[in-house]
Design a protein around this ligand. Structure first.
Ligand code: ADP
Ligand code: MG
Length: 428
C-alpha cells in the first residue's frame, strides 16, 4: 500500500500539545498528524519528548494544553484503558503482558470467552491461533508467553491491542532489543496493519528502519516540533540535521583543532584503511595517534559499535588493511588484536566484558593469561602485582582483588575490561 496523500483526512490529529514537569517544558505546542494506513516515524534525540507526547496524547499523563482528534472527533482519554476504548493502543518497549500465562490467555486477558462462568479454553485457543495467523504467526498458543522471544511477545501485545479494535497503534521503541530477523517479523506485522488501514506511530532510533518502513516523519527537538516530512526523497543528512539542529554546524566550525590533528605527520600507532565487512560496516578509514583520543560519533544504529568490534577483531573484516607501528598486520580475531596491544571495553559489559563469577584479579589477568597460553600460568606474585597496579590506576573500588567482579558497580567493573591488552593499551 502506498503512502496516503498529505491531504487525506487525518485519522489522529494532535494540535498544540504542551506538557511541563515542574519548571521543565517537556512538550511545547507540538502537532502530529497521522493518516489511515500510514506508518509515521516520531523521531528525536533522547529526551526530545517523544514518550511524553505519546503519554500525554493517550491519557497516561495529564496534558497542560492541546487537543486530540480521532476521525475528526475531539477525544480526551484520561487513562491508557480509555485510550484503548476510543481506538488508540500503545505498545511500549517493555511488553506489558503476563509472562507466566499462556499466549492465548494473554491475548484474551479480561475478556475470555466463558460459558456458565467457566473459561472456554479450547475456544480461546482457537481464536488466538486465528488472530495470530492473521499476522503470519503459527505458534503454540497454549505455551507460556515467556517461552517466546521478545519479538513474538511484542507481536502478541500488538495483536491483543489491535483486536481490541484499535484504529491507531503507537509503538514506542519496540525494536530497541530485537535482532535483524525479529525486526523483519515485526515489520511484516506493521505492513499487514497498514494494509488494513490502521495508522501507526513508530518511535525508533534506527534511521535505516525509518527508511525501510515509514511513510512520513515528525521530528521533535527539545520538546518542540521541528517539522513533518515525507520519507521519500528526504536525504538522511537532512533528517539528521533536523534531529540534531545546529550542533552539526558547530562541529564544522571546530576545524582548526581537527586540522592540527590531520597535520600531524608522525607515524600513527595504528591505522585502518578501507577497513570494513560487507553487510556490516562500509569500508572506513581510522587513524590512531599517540596520546590522542578519537571520538566515534553517530546516532544509534549508525555503526559505532560495529566499527569498534571490527577494529578489535570481534568481527572479522573482509576488506582493507590494518597497520600497527607502520607494519601491515592481520586483525581477524580478538586474540590478534590483543597481541598487537589493543584493549576493548565492550558495550555489553556483563555478557562480553567480564566473567561475573570470577574475582577482580582473575578478570584483570584473564586476557594476559590467554595471550601467554594456559600452559604457562602467570605466577601468583605477578598476578598480584598486575592487579594491584590496575586497581590503583583505574581506581577500582573497593580495592579488593578477591571480590567477585559481578558484585562491583557497572562503571567500576567496566574499567576492569581495560587491562585486556595492557602492554600498551592502544584502543578500547
Ligand atoms: N515523569 C517525568 N518527570 C520529570 N521529567 C520528565 C518525566 N518524563 C519525562 N521527563 C523529561 O521530559 C523530557 C522528555 O522526555 P521523554 O519524553 O521521555 O523523551 P524521549 O522519549 O524523546 O527520549 C526529558 O527531559 C525528560 O527528562
Ligand atoms: Mg522515550
Amino acid at each position: 500500500m502506498d503512502t496516503p496523500r498529505a491531504d487525506a483526512p487525518p485519522l489522529l490529529d494532535i494540535r498544540g500539545l504542551t506538557k511541563s514537569f515542574a519548571a521543565q517544558r517537556a512538550l511545547d505546542g507540538v502537532d502530529l498528524t497521522l493518516r489511515a494506513g500510514e506508518i509515521h516515524a516520531l523521531l528525536g534525540e533522547n529526551g526530545a519528548g517523544k514518550s511524553t507526547l505519546i503519554k500525554a496524547a493517550t491519557g497516561i499523563i495529564a496534558r497542560d494544553a492541546g487537543t486530540i482528534r480521532l476521525d475528526g472527533r475531539e477525544i480526551d482519554p484520561k487513562s491508557g484503558a480509555e485510550a484503548v476504548a476510543t481506538g488508540i493502543a500503545t505498545v511500549y518497549q517493555e511488553v506489558n503482558l503476563l509472562p507466566n500465562l499462556s499466549v492465548a490467555e494473554n491475548l484474551y486477558l479480561g475478556r475470555q470467552p466463558t460459558r456458565f462462568g467457566l473459561v472456554r479454553s479450547a475456544e480461546m485457543r482457537r481464536n488466538a491461533r486465528a488472530l495470530l495467523a492473521g499476522f503470519g504467526l503459527d505458534i503454540d498458543v497454549a505455551a507460556p508467553l515467556a517461552d517466546y522471544s521478545v519479538a513474538i511477545q511484542h507481536i502478541c501485545a500488538i495483536a491483543r491491542s489491535v483486536d481490541l479494535s484499535a484504529r491507531v497503534l503507537i509503538l514506542d521503541e519496540p525494536t530497541a532489543s530485537l535482532d535483524v530477523h525479529e525486526v523483519e517479523i515485526l515489520f511484516r506485522v506493521m505492513r499487514e496493519l497498514k494494509s488494513r488501514g490502521i495508522g501507526i506511530v513508530f518511535v525508533t532510533h534506527f534511521l535505516d528502519q525509518v527508511y525501510a518502513i515509514c511513510d512520513r516523519i515528525t521530528v521533535l527537538r527539545n520538546g518542540r516540533l521541528v517539522g513533518e516530512r515525507p520519507v521519500a526523497g528526504l536525504p538522511k543528512l537532512e533528517l539528521v540535521r533536523m534531529m540534531l539542529g545546529r550542533e552539526l554546524a558547530e562541529v564544522e566550525t571546530r576545524r582548526p583543532e581537527r586540522d592540527a590533528v590531520a597535520a600531524d605527520t608522525s607515524m600513527p600507532l595504528a591505522r585502518f584503511d578501507a577497513f570494513g565487512r560487507s553487510r556490516y560496516v562500509e569500508p572506513f578509514e581510522l587513524v590512531l595517534r599517540r596520546g590522542t583520543v578519537v571520538g566515534l560519533a553517530g546516532l544509534l544504529g549508525s555503526g559505532r559499535t560495529e566499527t569498534a568490534r571490527l577494529v578489535f577483531g570481534a568481527e572479522a573484516a573482509d576488506c582493507g588493511t590494518a597497520t600497527v607501528d607502520g607494519t601491515t598486520v592481520r586483525i581477524g580475531s580478538p586474540r590478534d588484536a590483543v597481541r598487537h596491544g589493543f584493549g576493548f571495553c565492550p558495550e555489553e559489559r556483563k555478557t562480553e566484558g567480564i566473567v561475573a563469577e570470577l574475582t577482580v584479579r582473575e578478570n584483570i589477568v584473564l586476557a594476559l593469561q590467554a595471550r601467554r597460553g594456559w600452559t604457562r600460568p602467570l605466577p601468583r606474585r605477578e598476578q598480584d602485582e598486575i592487579t594491584a597496579r590496575f586497581i590503583r590506576l583505574l581506581d577500582i573500588r573497593p580495592a579488593d582483588p578477591d571480590r567477585p567482579i559481578g558484585l562491583l558497580s557497572g562503571a567500576t567493573s567496566r574499567r576492569c575490561c581495560l587491562p585486556a591488552g595492557w602492554r600498551p593499551i592502544r584502543a578500547c
